[in-house]
Design a protein around this ligand. Structure first.
Ligand code: ISC
Length: 463
């Protein structure tokens, strides 16, 4: 199921021929978007984006901000030219087909040709197929991007008038007036769907099932509700996350805000990369003590086991698509301000279209990878069943893929961790989530403490 909504956008013009909306044989089952949904896209280099890492996020408006940034590079976007909404088990495939239809009809003038230039859609998808959170791709009206020394503006429209020629609008003209970023003020926290004691009891049950041989690993999650004095301004959260968690991918898509350290997949010109995390220890703040903790983590059999399941699940999911795959034998320790993680960067070269029949898009790869054992467990089906049975939580978009997709299908998808879901009906409310991998040697109290450590980035963001 998908539905598609387009808006009307004025601007300097080039008149285009009327588009047809005949059924598209390449995408059976997908109702072709109306002629008005034909995308017109123009990407132009800009020189006036300031050099500092916060420059992209500073452009964002208070409403409808879209972001995917890391160390000052990435994409900041706003406005909504089209929205693709999907649900159920086919949420990825339906979104993929609808986007493929749109981009196959796009009229693109891209003078740069880098990843993230040209047509772009931002997406966020539910962890579980039964969640009403479904999936969304948002096609923005304006994207500003940076990759190293190159910065650009992309303007998108669905009407037959678009600024394909003539002067490029300035950043200021595109942004217009927008209220200053505001602090959420005082924040109070309350338990989410499950009380702490019930959650540790559920972890105990999970450990018992694992010891009984029913599965090897399951990831158990919980949520916490934050209420703020002032309406939550996503830009406040994004700026604080990007400043403090610079090695993470800071994102904002359709109400999901966070800074994830885990890259589900990046697909770029035939190369795929996935940063797999599993196995965690809290930091103390002291440098020497943290180094000792890093060494302990690197040798912890419980954490290495947890990590091995996650790496195997990613390698197995990517292998059918790749002509070569590099899976590190031992993880490195990733240092974040709140925790240390065992991490592995899995990389591969995609099969060519002639070898595989077609080249999968980054979203298809994300679908194939989701859910990895870093957020679900091993074996996947047994872990998913146990999560549904005992977790007591609708994860919604938490732990689902979040990221962006380009006109050629390349893109970047993170796992929506260290994140929160803004409440569309209450601007003072955000649900924060965290989970942890449970194996036979897990201890419920320690797992609860680990979720607290993983909530730290969003608590910091709310400041
Ligand atoms: C499920 C989460 O973390 C995953 C990613 C890194 C380390 C994890 C762990 O050590 O349990 C989890 O698998 C979360 O942050 O909510």
């Amino acid at each position: 199921m998908f539905s598609l909504r387009g808006d009307v956008n004025a601007g300097p013009v080039v008149r285009l021929e009327a588009m047809s909306s005949q059924p598209d044989a390449a995408f059976p089952g997908v109702t072709p978007p109306p002629a008005s949904a034909t995308l017109m896209v123009r990407t132009t280099r800009i020189d006036d984006l300031p050099q500092d890492p916060g420059a992209l996020l500073r452009l964002l408006p208070a409403e409808g901000a879209l972001a995917w940034v890391r160390r000052g590079d990435g994409l900041a976007a706003w406005g909504e030219v089209a929205r693709i909404e999907t649900s159920g088990a086919a949420r990825f495939a339906d979104a993929e087909r609808a986007w493929a239809t749109m981009r196959s009809r796009a009229i693109v003038r891209d003078e740069i040709g880098l990843p993230g230039t040209g047509p772009v859609a931002f997406g966020s998808f539910a962890f579980d197929e039964s969640s009403s959170a479904g999936g969304t791709l948002v096609v923005p009206r304006v994207v500003v991007g940076r990759r190293g020394p190159v910065a650009w503006i992309t303007t998108l429209s669905t009407v037959d008038t678009v600024p394909m020629l003539g002067p490029v609008p300035t950043l200021d003209a595109l942004r217009g007036d927008d209220p200053a970023v505001t602090s959420p003020g005082t924040v109070t926290y309350s338990p989410g769907a499950v009380e702490d004691d019930d959650w540790t009891a559920a972890v105990e049950e999970a450990v018992a099932r694992i010891r009984a041989g029913r599965l090897d690993k399951v990831v158990m999650a919980r949520d916490v509700v934050a209420r703020t004095e002032h309406p939550i301004d996503a830009r406040w959260l994004l700026t604080r996350l990007a400043d403090e968690y610079e090695s993470c991918w800071t994102f904002c898509v359709d109400g999901m805000v966070g800074a994830t350290p885990e890259l589900l997949v990046r697909s770029e010109k035939g190369l795929v990369t996935s940063r797999v995390l599993a196995g965690t220890i809290r930091r103390t703040g002291g440098e020497d003590a943290d180094l000792a903790r890093a060494a302990a983590l690197a040798h912890s059999s419980k954490d290495l086991e947890e990590h091995e399941y996650a790496v195997t699940s990613v390698a197995e999911a990517l292998r059918p698509f790749c002509q070569s795959l590099n899976v590190p034998e031992t993880p490195f320790v990733l240092h974040l301000p709140n925790v240390l993680h065992l991490a592995s960067d899995v990389t591969g070269v995609l099969c060519t279209a002639t070898e595989s029949g077609h080249t999968p898009s980054s979203l298809s790869l994300a679908e194939a990878l989701h859910p990895t054992a870093a957020v679900c467990g091993t074996p996947t089906a047994a872990a998913n069943d146990l999560i549904r049975e005992i977790e007591g939580l609708d994860r919604a978009r938490y732990a689902g893929p979040v990221g962006w997709l380009g006109g050629d299908g390349d893109g970047e998808w993170g796992i929506a961790l260290r994140s929160g879901a803004l409440d569309p009906d209450d601007p003072h409310r955000i649900r924060l989530f965290a989970g942890c991998g449970v194996v036979a040697a897990s201890e419920p109290g320690a797992e609860l403490a680990e979720t607290e450590a993983k909530l730290e980035p969003m608590r910091h963001a709310l400041g």
